[in-house]
Design a protein around this ligand. Structure first.
Ligand SMILES: NC(=O)c1ccc[n+]([C@@H]2O[C@H](COP(=O)([O-])OP(=O)(O)OC[C@H]3O[C@@H](n4cnc5c(N)ncnc54)[C@H](OP(=O)(O)O)[C@@H]3O)[C@@H](O)[C@H]2O)c1
Length: 276
């Protein structure tokens, strides 16, 4: 019998087969469900995906192989987003107005058992520039700007916190703006409502960080710079604008590097901390 086995071991094919069986056995013995989770495709949920940076975020995350829950107010007219979803089967388009609390709740219910690695509060409005000057402060505009830029991210973060906590990466990111910085508001006035809303979004982020830290959730606050989208076109600004692809590439890099050290502080598109 002993001679039979030593003859077998000398045969090359059988030696390889034995090696495969041993390696396979070790792999099966050390495989755990946790490893299976770590290998899963990550998921990102983006608000305001119909155009501008939200559309670019959807495109870049899908190209990286992520599952993308791309939300927008009116999917039926979001032609560019629909075209992207035809190209990438990993994009799911969902109707969502971030000022509609019932719609947010319904979407959170639909995705209740789906871990979301990154929630990006991108949807935002500037509001008409002429309606937020000291000469003309239109308070209906104020209400709208606050509803989209402040209550929206807060409600989204509250409603999807469980999904984020159940994920591998556990990140909530809100797009903020240098116009929300006290320190940088020195010489130029105007844009009252937009400035107030982004300062509000910053303190929402900071407070969420305190509330969600124990659940391992990191909060990111990112200033994209002045980006070449339809945003704030009536402000009269005629200076240089960043290409959306560049700004969003920087944002995705920032999200990848988000950790306890740079969380809950305003980070500029060049990666440096910004004064509040
Ligand atoms: N572009 C810049 O220079 C700049 C600078 C600093 C910060 N930001 C911030 O970056 C974010 C994205 O801006 P952007 O440049 O991509 O602007 P954008 O091109 O004007 O796109 C804004 C997006 O927000 C969506 N949106 C507006 N109201 C919404 C609501 N109630 N519910 C859901 N979605 C809504 C729009 O959807 P519809 O198509 O349905 O209108 C659109 O998809 C904003 O938060 C903005 O404050 C932009």
């Amino acid at each position: 019998m002993g001679r039979f086995f030593s003859e077998l071991k000398r045969h090359k094919v059988i030696r390889v087969a034995i090696a495969c069986l041993v390696i396979g056995g070790v792999l099966v013995a050390t495989w755990t469900p946790h490893m299976a989770v770590a290998q899963e495709t990550p998921t990102v949920l983006i608000t305001g995906s119909s155009r501008g940076m939200g559309l670019e975020l959807t495109k870049q995350y899908a190209a990286k192989g992520w599952k993308v829950i791309a939300t927008c107010r009116t999917p039926v007219t979001a032609d560019a987003l629909n075209a992207l979803a035809e190209e990438y089967s990993s994009i799911a388009i969902e109707e969502l107005d971030v000022t509609d609390h019932a719609e947010i709740e319904a979407l959170a219910k639909k995705y209740s058992d789906v871990p979301i690695d990154v929630l990006i509060n991108n949807a935002g409005i500037f509001g008409p520039a002429a309606k937020q000057t000291l000469e003309d402060l239109d308070y209906d505009t104020f209400t709208n700007v606050m509803a989209v830029n402040v209550y929206g991210p807060l409600n989204m973060s509250q409603s999807f916190a469980d999904n984020v906590a159940a994920s591998e990466q556990k990140k909530i990111v809100t797009i903020t703006s240098g116009l929300g910085s006290m320190a940088l508001t020195d010489k130029n006035g105007g844009y009252y409502f937009y400035r107030i809303s982004k300062a509000g979004a910053n303190i929402v982020g900071r407070t969420l960080a305190a509330d969600l830290r124990d659940r391992g959730i990191l909060i990111g606050l990112f200033n994209p710079g002045i980006v070449d989208t339809e945003f704030g076109r009536d402000t009269g600004y005629n200076g240089p604008r960043l290409k959306p692809g560049i700004a969003v590439g920087a944002l995705i890099g920032f999200i990848e590097e988000l950790d306890a050290k740079n969380a809950a502080t305003m980070i500029n598109y060049d990666g440096t901390p910004m004064p509040w």
